[in-house]
Design a protein around this ligand. Structure first.
Ligand SMILES: [Zn+2]
Length: 259
């Protein structure tokens, strides 16, 4: 059995002390490929560095909605420049977050950065990885009005049935994190809505540790807990969940011919 963690942040400073050790332990635990996701310019550069140093780690570049303070459109030119690296497989994480950002003007800035980065994804022929929180309608509206040629992933997808249905209709993949293992999460219907050919698993480490590790620093090894929960809900053996999520990840990141 092998697993693909489609969203982690080994570029985070929480891994500064023991990054290489954790990477080795991850590969030793049947997590044979994973993504290192950028969220601002600095972390995107770091993600590429980590990916370049390890055969089965890949990177994304982007400025997240929670990192646009003090950032301007020139910084996006830098993102575009570094995203040409062959190890970069997507633009992200990008999107909207009205949970942390209540200011209307800043929400407007989030929308324009989201749209500008969609343009970069299309120019570089890459998919996107989307962060969306409390912004369902605007996220879908932007994706409808700004078609992403390679679609992409709803990362740590909110357990919102309408969002999932709309995302699937637009051709996107739905990625679930440790949140689906939390006691009051009610993941049954949202997980059931996602067909086998569109489902992905992720950790979002160092955040969102699944049960029974909730509150501790997360790492990609715990993606197995997420797969287990999906296996339980869909009543499909874990081996099969590992295989379908792995193949979906290869497909969305266009790694099928680079295995
Ligand atoms: Zn993330």
């Amino acid at each position: 059995m092998e697993f693909f963690d489609t969203h982690s942040h080994y570029n985070d400073e929480k891994f500064d002390e023991d990054r290489e050790e954790i990477i080795r332990a991850t590969f030793d635990s049947n997590i044979t490929k994973f993504m290192c996701i950028g969220y601002n310019l600095e972390s995107s550069i770091k993600a590429i560095e980590i990916a370049e140093a390890h055969e089965n780690i890949y990177a994304t570049c982007g400025i997240s909605p929670n990192d646009i303070e003090g950032v301007n459109f020139n910084d996006l030119q830098e993102i575009k420049k570094i995203a040409k690296n062959p190890k970069v497989l997507a633009i992200g994480e990008i999107g909207l977050d009205y949970y942390w950002e209540k200011d209307k003007e800043n929400q407007e800035k989030q929308r324009s950065f989201f749209i500008e980065q969609i343009k970069i994804a299309n120019e570089l022929d890459l998919p996107i990885t989307i962060h969306t929180r409390d912004a369902y309608l605007d996220t879908i509206k932007i994706l409808k009005e700004n078609k992403v040629n390679n679609t992409g992933i709803f990362h740590c997808c909110p357990l919102n049935n309408e969002l999932i249905k709309d995302g699937l209709n637009l051709g996107y993949y739905i990625s679930f994190s440790g949140v689906i293992t939390y006691k009051n999460a009610k993941p049954e219907i949202p997980v059931s809505l996602v067909p086998e050919n569109r489902i992905l698993i992720e950790t979002d480490s160092p955040y969102l540790s699944p049960e029974p590790y909730r509150g501790k620093r997360n790492d990609s090894r715990r993606v197995i807990e997420v797969a287990n929960k999906i296996s339980e809900i869909k009543n499909i053996p874990l081996e099969e969940i590992a295989k379908i999520t792995y193949e979906n990840a290869l497909k969305v990141y266009k790694l099928e011919n680079k295995k």
